[in-house]
Design a protein around this ligand. Sequence first.
Ligand SMILES: Nc1nc2c(c(=O)[nH]1)N[C@H]1C(S)=C(S)[C@@H](COP(=O)(O)O)O[C@H]1N2
Ligand SMILES: [Mo]
Length: 482
Amino acid sequence: MSHAVTMLLTIRATPLLAVAESIIEITPGPLAESLIQLAGEYDKPILIVGVAVVLLALSAWAGALTQRGQGLAVAVFVVMGGIGVAAVWTRPDATAYDVVPVVAGTVTWIVVLSLLVDQLTKQYREEEADHARRRFLLAAGVAAGAAVVVGLGGQLAGASRRGVDTARKLLRLPVARGVVPAGAEVEVDGVQPWRTPNGDFYRIDTALVVPTVEPTDWRLRVHGMVERELVLTYQDLLDRELTEDWVTLCCVSNEVGGDLIGNAWWSGVRVADVLAEAGVRPEANAVLQTSDDGWTCGTPIEALTDDRNALLAIAMNGEPLPVEHGFPVRMVVPGLYGYVSATKWLVDLEVSRFDDFTAYWTSRGWAAEAPVKTQSRIDVPGDGDDVSAGSLRIGGSAWAQHTGLERVEYRLDGGAWTEADLGRVPNVDTWVQWSATVEVDPGDHTLAVRATDRSGYTQTGVRTDVVPNGATGWHTVEFEAG
Ligand SMILES: Nc1nc2c(c(=O)[nH]1)N[C@H]1C(S)=C(S)[C@@H](COP(=O)(O)O)O[C@H]1N2
Ligand SMILES: [Mo]
């Protein structure tokens, strides 16, 4: 288990290797010399196998100790785990993260031990000893087999993740990082940055293990109701004209006031150009997108072919897409919720009709078409904050992707709606920061916010759930001035 977790988290050394490395470090020089003389080039394999054998022997001893009480065995495992933590912790490249595999391994030891032993003791009492022993051996065999499968599975998954990480690092893409436009950020401490750094960008997907697709292996098939089927490689994308733009991505599951939204500078190829090359038949009205791991979504043809920058994105904030965000290629469509547009690890576009398919979330009760609803959020003050009475800076963000935001209003303690100042934005596809200064008396206060978009729609105060096509309602916070 700890081996698998090490590989999946792409940590350099497994706990076992960390212990072996520690032994090398603490072995006195002359002794090490003579051992190396003895073992020759097999010194390291012998050391690693030796550590594994000692580990197995201690585990067997712990198992035998359970005859005198399970607590003793657990104590042995905890000490072994402690040695693992110490070894991992003293590696020069150690981070707190590296302890996770040791903890996973130790917990597995203790859980599996008690599962096996409980069964055995129960059976010894109730059944014939022979029969019980046979069943125990079978269970132990299954546990050992499972351990091998988990370890090898982790090894394979981890190896391909390492390969993709390396391929990603070696890419030099002809993209810009994007410069946050002057005036986009309002001056209120605590408002979320207008550009969301990649590491802070919300992540939503159904993948337990992130798909690992090498750029050299990547293919995008464009087919269905088209004149000509296309198959594009990563290099084909690079050879095309790249388009770059700011787009705010939002999840339909974002609650009022939630943080499942982020804004980035995306670089990629316009989907409209690719679809034009394939030649979309007039009767088509949707594109069914499929990811490498089989996730699907349906997107209106119109949103992919009108004047907006719907992109086959290869870079996010000037870097190759992070693996978690869809490397090597994902879709980004301004104005639509992610679940109907933003396929990560994209591999297939089938031009089709909405009547002819259901996609991952639409077959689970979510709407087939889902433009992002006009929304606004208060970042400062936070709900439950204590602030100083007097003049107070408030702020947050609001969005009406691809419609454009007209104004943001706030309301203190149920008073009149008052217009806030807006940050400057480069297009209609990003969120907009808002700010204001209010005077607050000592005591409890309530602050609400609402946005109006350029279609003339003002956010309704009626609260609805995120299912089936996005939440509505005003974000409201309560705070105390003193
Ligand atoms: N392959 C794949 N792509 C996916 C999803 C998924 O589950 N699998 N989730 C979608 C949803 S619901 C959202 S909101 C966005 C989130 O993108 P992010 O994780 O880069 O923020 O990705 C979309 N693309
Ligand atoms: Mo989502």
